[in-house]
Design a protein around this ligand. Structure first.
Ligand code: MC0
Length: 145
């Protein structure tokens, strides 16, 4: 099952500007910054809290170009919440269980996500309009989460 909210992904035009906003408004601290070419994003994870099942973050996403998932989202809808990422213990097992319930999987197999996690997306049209991500945190605690 789902163990926690791992992160909320927020699409923005200017990553550095939004990081500064979240730092100064909420006092959040950046835990990692990465470029993920395969996903077409430059992103930052800002730590929110630690819970018994792991940590939670705000993930700020800037597209690497217009012809990417976040680039198309910004053009259609503007800045705002892009996806919700839930923690799971075993992303491959979760994909199999959820796929059997007629929810379309955007990833048949887990991919590489932020901070060493294994991730997979579910189609927003099958989840009430919410792009949903499953996140299996990295085992190595130095990689966070
Ligand atoms: C698109 N749609 C969304 C949406 N993006 N609905 C809710 N939330 C979103 N984020 C809707 C559109 O409005 C449209 O509905 C329909 O889905 C098809 O969208 P599209 O404009 O044709 O856009 P596409 O071609 O980008 O396809 C959408 C889809 C795609 C969700 C399938 O973006 C995708 O595969 N996303 C998964 C990968 C991803 O998002 N990567 C970036 C984050 P209407 O009704 O207008 O037809 S990577 C990440 O976050 C990693 C680094 C991590 O967490 O570690």
């Amino acid at each position: 099952g789902l163990t926690r909210i791992d992160h909320v992904g927020i699409a923005c035009h200017d990553l550095e500007e939004k990081i500064a906003f979240y730092e100064s408004t909420f006092g959040l601290v950046v835990a990692s910054r990465e470029v993920n070419e395969a996903q077409g994003v430059k992103e930052a994870m800002l730590h929110v809290a630690d819970g018994p099942a792991g940590s939670s973050y705000v993930q700020l996403l800037e597209p690497l170009g217009p012809d990417t998932p976040v680039g198309r989202f910004l053009a259609k809808r503007g800045e705002g919440v892009h996806h919700v990422g839930y923690g799971v213990d075993d992303v491959a097992a979760a994909l199999e269980a959820i796929g059997a319930k007629h929810v379309r999987l955007l990833d048949e197999r887990p991919r590489h996500g932020s901070m060493g996690a294994s991730i997979a997306f579910l189609h927003p049209k099958d989840v009430g309009g919410v792009l949903t991500e499953l996140v299996q945190a990295a085992k190595d605690p130095r990689q966070g989460r």
